[in-house]
Design a protein around this ligand. Structure first.
Ligand code: PBG
Length: 305
């Protein structure tokens, strides 16, 4: 009766990795229980999630070809675009969000355009906007830019509006830190930078007040939902953002956080289910309205018991 925080499957956004081919369900070794899946398999997983009461998925693409311009990111026949179409066709009431970033599509694995060894902010904006538009044209319900280039929310909003997609919301990865917790994801998405790191565009984990400035800018540019990422080591940020702004807050329970639970459980050192539920509950308690988590299906099963 007096419990303050009630977790439900409705809180979850389930991340999925789409790849090319057919009948592909390739395990990701650093993320036990997660797979790179072809469109047909994504549809099955989406149906499964929806039946469990999970309202939304977010799609990441692993294209067949990567190049210096990230062409596959805005190819109308790209893996994400195809998956969006198929999922919306087969599970129309499931909300399909797309991750908008260049790192999975660039041969060098960085989130933006590179010239003379530098990641260029402004030339990247055009590509991101094109990518977001192609996702919207494929039928995406919401786009989620994760690149952390300055000005990308405005660039995406403008291009979507100009093309009649003014009702497609933007969930921005607003306070995204340059974190070591992303490494399993980079294996999953095959997006490890071939040189350097992401510290020129992602945030310093030592900074708290800067998160408020980053979030404020994104809201000003038109973000409808703002995200804090990673989640576990950043609960103070989740709480600050929730207290400061009047928009929904999402928290991304990232790959490293997930894989640590899986690894410790495999060694018999923790009670996996209890730890999982405690983590997800505490993210909601900290202020997250939405939680992106690879645990979504397992946690939904627990909650539905
Ligand atoms: C792409 C992106 C990343 C994640 C989500 N979108 C990786 C990165 O910035 O290197 C990480 C997600 C996770 O670790 O689960 N920019």
């Amino acid at each position: 009766m007096v419990r303050e925080t009630c977790l439900t499957p409705k809180d979850f956004i389930y991340p999925l990795f789409v790849t090319f081919g057919k009948g592909v369900k390739k395990p990701i070794s650093s993320m036990p229980g997660c797979f790179q899946m072809s469109v047909d398999e994504i549809v099955k997983e989406a149906q499964n999630a929806f039946k469990l009461g999970i309202p939304a998925i977010i799609l990441f693409g692993i294209p067949e070809h990567k190049d210096e311009k990230g062409t596959e990111a805005y190819n109308p026949k790209g893996v994400v675009q195809k998956a969006v179409k198929e999922v919306k066709n087969k599970v129309p009431d499931l909300i399909v969000i797309t991750d908008v970033c260049m790192c999975e599509y660039m041969s060098h694995g960085h989130c933006g355009v590179i010239k003379n060894g530098k990641i260029l902010n402004d030339p990247t904006l055009e590509l991101l906007a094109k990518e977001a538009l192609s996702h919207a044209k494929a039928g995406a319900d919401m786009v989620a830019p994760s690149d952390m280039m300055d000005g990308r929310v405005a660039a995406i909003r403008d291009l979507l509006d100009a093309n009649g997609f003014d009702e497609i919301p933007i969930m921005s990865y607003a306070a995204k830190y340059a974190s070591a917790f992303y490494s399993p994801f980079r294996e999953a998405a095959e997006s490890t930078p071939s040189f350097g790191d992401r510290r020129s565009y992602q945030m310093d984990p030592a900074n708290r007040r800067e998160a408020i400035r980053e979030v404020a800018l994104d809201i000003e540019e038109g973000a409808d939902i703002v995200m804090v990422k990673p989640a576990l080591s950043y609960m103070d940020i989740i709480s600050d953002v929730k207290d400061t702004f009047d928009v929904p807050v999402a928290a991304y329970n990232v790959s490293g956080e997930y894989s640590m639970v899986k690894a410790a459980a495999k060694l018999g050192w923790i009670d996996e289910k209890r730890v999982m539920m405690e983590i997800l509950t505490s993210l909601k308690r900290a202020g997250a309205d939405l939680i992106l988590t690879y645990h979504a299906v397992e946690a939904a099963k627990e909650l539905n018991k």
